[in-house]
Design a protein around this ligand. Sequence first.
Ligand SMILES: NC(=O)c1ccc[n+]([C@@H]2O[C@H](COP(=O)([O-])OP(=O)(O)OC[C@H]3O[C@@H](n4cnc5c(N)ncnc54)[C@H](O)[C@@H]3O)[C@@H](O)[C@H]2O)c1
Ligand SMILES: O=C(O)C[C@H](O)C(=O)O
Ligand SMILES: [Mg+2]
Length: 588
Amino acid sequence: MLRRPLTRLFHQCGVQRVSQWRACHTDRSNEVLMTSHRRLAVIHDPALNRGTAFSNDERERLLLRGLVPPRQQALQFQVKRVMETYERQRTDLDKFQFLSMLMDRNTVLFYRILVDYFEELAPIVYTPVVGEACLRFHAIYRRTRGMYFSVEDRPHFRTMVYNWPKDEVDVIVVTDGSRVLSLGDLGCNSMNIPIGKLSLYVSAAGVSPSRTLPIVLDVGTDNLELRENPLYLGLNRPRLRGKEYYDLLDEWISAIRYRWPNTLIQFEDFSSLEAETLLERYRYTSAPCFNDDIQSTGCIAIAALLSSLRARGKIMSDVRDEKIVCVGAGSAGIGVCEGIIQVMECYDMAREKAYKNFYMLDENGLLGRGRQLNGKRAEFCRDDMEDGMSLLEVVRSVRPTVLLGLSGVGSLFTEDVVREMAKHVDRPVIFPMSNPSKSSECTPEEAFEWTQGRAVVATGSPFSNVLLEDGRVCYTNQANNVYSFPGLGLAVTVARIACVTDEMFLAAGRHIAELSSDEEVKKGILFPPVKQLREVSAEVAAAVVFVALEQGLAREKLPAWACESHESMVQLMKQQMWEPKYGHLVAE
Ligand SMILES: NC(=O)c1ccc[n+]([C@@H]2O[C@H](COP(=O)([O-])OP(=O)(O)OC[C@H]3O[C@@H](n4cnc5c(N)ncnc54)[C@H](O)[C@@H]3O)[C@@H](O)[C@H]2O)c1
Ligand SMILES: O=C(O)C[C@H](O)C(=O)O
Ligand SMILES: [Mg+2]
């Protein structure tokens, strides 16, 4: 395990331990809601609303008699009705809208169906359909959710944060909409991204929905088509850049920290330069924050790669022998490759040597001799190869074992490229990780067809398994950061982790790689399917908490029984998960 100077981290993050396991942490699944609302105000509050499920007693106390149909229905029948209507929606965007409206109406019912039908619904509320919903946000907008902080709101951020009605916020997901999936600058239309990510914190890791806050920073957009559209809901101005941009971010983070000093902040879909700069600016100087596209994507790539070693009958330390071609040198590509370098370091490989295992390409081809780049990117330039070589040339000359796609450009892994790779390796590892689906560098079907089913495949967006002509089933995996951020959020919330470190993502990635059985892995199933994400999140959370304990960053004193083993910690994490069910509703 890599180590950082912990005393410095401890000091910078202002860690203060609490001495007691707080009683309020004993059972998050069974929330008690208190309300002074009565009559329609109850029904119109999605956190309180139970639709037809209000009990007679609740109808009496909250003055609801006559305001809802007489027959009382259990949650399971509401689920049945909602799912029947959902199935009748014609397009994916209709389904997205239907679910958004349900989310606005009844929190418990929305999350009940999301948890129960996760595999079917996650691709709608999250990748890939959320991308389409962002493109159309201005056209399909119905009701506000979350908060917007715009250039024009400066210098009022410190007062604005008090407009949010909750004193307790566990997780914020924030974007400035500058790089939404591979769809480019979508400005204020990006709000569905934080909403979608947070709905996965709740459904996949049991973070309480009332303690989440989606935020868009409207710093303008350079998307002229949007700006000129009269229905666009963001500011009609070019994107703020340079010092003014960072000043705005400083004001925003200071306002957030003023009201919610411990809240986890997830930076999402910022364009690469800003993503990397903001991460370095805030990671050790303010309370917990991380960049999902860099760190969390690194985590799932680590998991997929290590698990693929098992699939190929190798041992984990063989990671040092991988030859990795990564197409895409944005923050996601760099985050993934840096994550894999950390794994190589765990197996005693010197960092300088580890860089030699990588061949990175951007839109100008291979990062080779003479390429002028700064920071981490410069480390990946190959002095021993000509700059700008094409992907096919690189694959031909390098004979890679692993091909990563983080370019945001669909179909870059052409038949020539994949067949060339497959000539030299028995089981080519092919991870087209770009989102949404149409930006996938190749489809699993193509990867399996061009390698006669020998490839080990993981994609960013969900794809089905593939049936080859000879009757063999080839398994695909979704290498998406959704395997990591919800569990991390649960860990930070429960253990009140002061600072999110790379070691936490590393431990989580290594752990996810162990979750599938040998039999599954041999078939190419690299980790459990998304429908088991709640279990995976508990595993991830436990792995993260142990790193936090080791690094002295857990401020909550956790019960001794939970710290005894990984399994006990998983049990604690499961206990802490919010469950979508109608709990106690107390009339104040
Ligand atoms: N699977 C996941 O969990 C996950 C997580 C984060 C990001 N992503 C995806 O990764 C992609 C990239 O994200 P980013 O933030 O790094 O974006 P980015 O725009 O900063 O980076 C894209 C990189 O690809 C390069 N590129 C563009 N066209 C190319 C071409 N034709 N050939 C080779 N390289 C080319 C660019 O030069 C740049 O280096 C997006 O599609 C995003 O959705 C996936
Ligand atoms: O949103 C996703 O599906 C993954 C990732 O955060 C991305 O930006 O593509
Ligand atoms: Mg993202």
